[in-house]
Design a protein around this ligand. Structure first.
Ligand code: NAD
Length: 382
């Protein structure tokens, strides 16, 4: 692993070598007013947006009564069992959707003196929150950076798959202006649209769908009065499967929601349903979805997420061989529109991610009880 990293000239290795030079391995070098943070999976948008914001924060807090300095280092490496050692000398690690903090990774982080996991995303599905609690590691997240960004992207996926935008655009670029073969879509107006998960994003989505003049049916473990006020009707899971012409998956990935769309669901779905998933890849069994498309049960699949995206998303694989046959099948299917986890990716959402993460770090350093902070995941500590 290390040999490969050295060959690739990895920034992670450079980070580690710098740490070794500075003699900070295994202990935090932060002063009383400093917090040292290592940002994993730091692709260019992360560095480009965090760097100036951290500099601005440090300038503002330098001369204040309560001075505070954030040192944020960046590695393109994802957090894993192997890369956890890079966090030696840091007080906190900053993670994104494809970093994995399982129990053994968290144990390593704790041994190295890391005291906080600052997620710069909403979901904790790849963080073992119980292990973090057991090791006294504080968790923070950005619960809602821009629910509008994700809801609007879900609608884009629907319209892209329904109106065959990719196919049409490719054909027009080839000067083929004919409407023959496979460009016809359907009106959304008057259709029955199912929304599974009517939380922050699901509610905004319902509002947009309401504007289309569609009938909204929903499934959630909690019913929302706002959604009901828009005319949304809560139904059972079997009913939402049977009645939806269009079905949006908007719930979090939990053991209860994993593979909501599987072989058994294919038996219950309305034939030709357009399925949209901008939440988490694991909400569907992708092979079942591909089977459903082949049999015509699923008319199209628009997704921003893929169950095993961690190995591929946020990286350029255009000159490499993809060895995941399911992903290859998705990419080669004309009835699939797949984007690489970019639903959150608007300037407004990124600004919120940066600002809330910096605020979470500040709150932590100021000794505020993080479990009571609104941006944390865990209930107040007794
Ligand atoms: P939220 O917590 O506000 O809403 C989730 C809703 O799902 C809640 O109403 C909850 O009651 C419901 N739910 C929970 N368990 C359920 C179950 N078993 N069956 C049905 N419904 C259930 O979350 P949100 O902000 O609306 O985000 C939804 C999801 O979107 C997140 O969990 C995340 O996975 C995903 N997301 C994706 C991106 C992206 O860039 N693609 C960005 C942000 C969020």
């Amino acid at each position: 692993f290390l040999a490969n990293e050295v060959r690739a000239g990895s920034k992670s290795i450079r980070t580690m070598l710098n740490q070794l030079k500075q003699g900070v391995r295994g202990e935090s070098s932060s002063g009383a007013n400093d917090i040292k943070v290592l940002c994993f999976d730091a692709t260019s948008w992360v560095v480009d947006n965090f760097k100036p914001a951290v500099e601005e924060f440090n300038k503002e807090h330098m001369g204040s009564d309560n001075p505070l300095h954030i040192t944020m280092d960046y590695t393109t490496e994802r957090l894993s069992d192997q890369s956890a050692t890079f966090a030696a000398g840091y007080d906190a690690v900053c993670l994104f959707v494809n970093d994995t903090a399982n129990a053994s990774t968290i144990q390593t982080l704790s041994k190295l003196g890391v005291k906080m996991i600052a997620n710069r995303c909403a979901g904790f599905d790849r963080v073992d929150t119980k292990a973090a609690l057991a090791y006294g590691i504080t968790l923070a997240r950005v619960p809602a950076y821009s629910p509008y960004a994700v809801a609007e992207m879900a609608i884009s996926l629907l319209m892209g798959i329904n109106r065959k935008i990719t196919r049409a655009s490719n054909r027009v670029k080839m000067a083929n202006f004919s409407l023959d073969a496979g460009l016809m879509g359907v009106d959304i107006h008057g259709k029955t649209v199912g929304v599974m998960g009517t939380g922050k994003i699901g509610q905004i989505l319902c509002n947009i769908i309401h504007g289309f003049g569609a009938n909204i049916i929903c499934y959630d473990v909690f019913e929302s009065d706002e959604v009901k006020a828009m005319g949304g009707k809560y139904v059972s899971k079997d009913e939402i499967f049977a009645q939806s012409d269009i079905l949006f998956l908007m719930m979090p990935l939990l053991p209860q929601t994993k593979h909501t769309i599987n072989d058994a669901a294919l038996e219950k779905l309305k034939p030709g349903v357009l399925l949209i998933n901008s939440s988490r890849g694991g909400l569907v069994d992708t092979n079942s979805v591909l089977k459903g498309i082949q049999s015509g049960i699923i008319g199209g699949y628009g997704a921003d997420v893929y169950e095993n995206e961690g190995d591929y998303f946020f990286q350029d694989w255009s000159a490499r061989n993809i060895s995941d046959p399911t992903l290859v099948s998705l990419l080669g299917n004309n009835n699939v529109l797949l984007t690489a986890h970019q639903a959150f990716f608007t300037q407004e959402a990124v600004d919120a991610i940066v600002n809330v993460t910096i605020d979470n770090l500040k709150q932590f350093k100021e000794g505020k009880v993080m479990y009571e902070h609104p941006n944390t995941f865990l209930p107040p500590r007794k």
